[in-house]
Design a protein around this ligand. Structure first.
Ligand code: NAP
Length: 238
């Protein structure tokens, strides 16, 4: 029997590790053809080799560069003739009280977390409109619905991504395009200069987020799951 994403083509940004890697693997297991996009070609090729189900493409590039994004989208179209799912996952975080946050850190987060999804979505949009269908899944954060000390810049990007998502949901419906956002709490990845295993044991796993992404993109054709916020069950107060 075919997988839940048989016949569909997905482009996942930030797929070389962490959440993006888990999403690419989950989509591949369900039969999707998956294009993996991030800067580190070697890591992408390693991940692509672990995907058992469908075909893969490892595309190196930077989501903040329009040329890289356009090149990646072009490659996917040349290879597979369509794109059904874009996962805007690539993201970075710098955390410090606002007075200590550097301009470079601020600009870096704005560029990767906000401009990246803007450029990637803009690049696939005409394809989705032409196909009369497609799905944009944005990876935000709990920090995209709440704030915490030290997170002003990061939260600004994720609240911004929420505003972009909310607007797009409205612009997308007439074209039968779905738009969704996932806001995870702490996930055990390399994010914020950590290594897997360094977060508290209760942190979410990348596969938990991938499971939700898979459920969202395999919802029935007439159903849009617009937003999911997901937290670890502990600690009890956050
Ligand atoms: P991660 O393990 O550090 O992975 C980040 C990914 O983004 C890597 O594949 C990285 O690959 C890619 N990336 C970074 N800059 C890029 C750029 N300019 N162009 C293309 N790709 C780029 O982090 P993660 O936890 O999986 O984060 C994924 C998403 O989840 C982010 O949007 C993050 O904000 C969000 N999130 C994370 C957590 C958490 O606690 N981990 C919680 C909530 C939300 P290269 O370095 O090779 O480019």
């Amino acid at each position: 029997m075919g997988g839940r994403l048989e016949g569909r083509v997905a482009l996942v940004t930030g797929a070389s590790r962490g959440i993006g890697r888990a999403i690419a693997e989950a989509f591949g297991r369900e039969g999707a053809r998956v294009a993996l996009f991030a800067r580190s070609k070697q890591d992408l090729e390693k991940v692509a080799a672990t995907i058992s189900g469908g075909e893969t493409l490892a595309l190196s590039g930077d989501v903040t560069r329009a040329r890289d994004v356009a090149g990646a989208v072009e490659r996917v179209l040349t290879q597979w003739g369509r794109i059904d799912i874009l996962v805007n996952n690539a993201g970075v975080g710098h955390f410090a009280p606002l007075s200590d946050l550097t301009e470079e850190q601020w600009d870096h987060m704005m560029a990767v977390n906000l401009k990246g999804p803007f450029l990637c979505t803009k690049a696939v949009w005409p394809i989705f409109v032409r196909q009369k269908g497609g799905h944009v899944v944005n990876i935000s954060s709990v920090a995209g619905t709440t704030t915490m000390e030290g997170g002003a810049g990061y939260s600004a990007t994720k609240w911004g991504l929420r505003a972009v998502t909310d607007t797009l949901i409205k612009e997308a419906k007439p074209h039968k395009i779905k738009v969704s956002i996932i806001g995870p709490g702490s996930v055990d990845t390399y994010f914020n200069d950590k290594e897997p295993g360094q977060r508290p044991s209760y942190a979410l796993q990348p596969a938990d987020v991938a499971q939700v992404a898979l459920d969202i993109v395999s919802a029935p054709p007439g159903v849009i799951i617009n937003e999911v916020i997901m937290r670890p069950l502990v600690p009890p107060t956050r």
